[in-house]
Design a protein around this ligand. Structure first.
Ligand code: FES
Length: 304
């Protein structure tokens, strides 16, 4: 059992601002959404913002999270923290501040606060029309941890912002190194390099950014899929990438039907036992299928 603070437990049992923000024709406001993580890595977060266009102020923030106690508490804390801030002010919110708001997180769970910060950035960049793929040039070429899709820039950032000193801490904050372990030596090199740069008088300010890399991701084909190919690929992704994770957590998913871009699934076991987990799971599966098969897919959970 993790040693959680009362604040973490309170926000887990009574999460604030859970759900999406409904589309609105209210004049002078715009919605934004940022998404981070993948169920293959255990956590996924979708953050929704409602922004007053003229002032750039965040009027409302809501979240949908697939993850553990600290992922839900961190997401809930984040939404409370950013309401009323301008987008520029919100961009300054660090993962450490999210953890501090919660009275601290177990170190092995700090990646949940990092996920919140990244989803916030992703939402704001999306709102501003800044393409995430080009936000940080390093993301393209410096994949350090292929198990979790973590880039060098992301590792550098978390080291600098949280004063991390060893590879185990890096694993706790961004999961890099927590799989096969083959990247641990590279992480040690990055920690050494950050220390050397910190000691140097003219420190280059590293450009840091958000990555939505997903472990072992493969580029989607640009050639349109036939219906048969699409259904086969959806089934393959569910069987190879989604079900093993769910089964390990006592749940499962079965492909029920595909109607155009609507993918109907049956959630089973622990996955189908409560309405909020069903909603977040649907979103996590949808994000996976959108990444792997087609960005137009919408997942619907059907009753058995
Ligand atoms: S490559 Fe990083 S843990 Fe496997």
């Amino acid at each position: 059992m993790w040693d959680y603070t009362d604040k973490v437990l309170d926000l887990f049992y009574n999460p604030k601002n859970q759900g999406a923000i409904e589309e609105t024709d209210e004049p002078g406001v715009k919605l934004a959404m940022g998404e981070i993580g993948s169920i293959a890595c255990g956590d996924a977060l979708r953050l929704h913002l409602k922004v007053e266009v003229e002032s750039d102020k965040i009027l409302d923030a809501r979240f949908q999270t697939f993850g553990c106690t600290s992922a839900i508490a961190s997401s809930s804390a984040l939404t409370e923290m950013v309401k009323g801030l301008t987008l520029d002010e919100a961009l300054k919110v660090s993962n450490k501040e999210i953890a501090d708001y919660l009275g601290g997180l177990p170190e092995a769970k700090m990646h949940c606060s990092v996920m919140g910060q990244e989803a916030l950035e992703a939402a704001i960049y999306n709102y501003r029309g800044i393409p995430l793929a080009t936000h940080d040039d390093d993301d393209e070429g410096a994949l350090i941890c292929s198990c979790f899709g973590i880039t060098e820039s992301k590792i550098r950032r978390v080291i600098v912002e949280n004063n991390l000193t060893d590879a185990e801490q890096v694993t706790n904050y961004v999961k890099a190194g927590g799989g096969c372990g083959s990247c641990l030596a590279n992480i040690d090199d990055i920690i050494r390099s950050v220390k050397e740069q910190a000691a140097a008088p003219a420190l280059n300010n590293h450009s840091v950014g958000v990555t939505t890399d997903i472990a072992n991701s493969q580029p989607r084909s640009t050639k349109p899929l036939t219906n048969v190919q699409k259904i086969a690929l959806i089934q393959k992704v569910l069987d190879e990438e989604v079900r093993p994770v769910l089964i390990a957590d006592g749940g499962d998913v079965e492909l029920y039907d595909v109607d155009g871009d609507r993918v109907k699934v049956l959630l089973q076991g622990a996955c189908g036992s409560c309405s909020s987990s069903t909603a977040t799971l649907k979103i996590a599966i949808e994000a996976r299928l959108q990444d792997r098969v087609s960005k137009n897919l919408v997942v619907e959970a059907v009753e058995p």
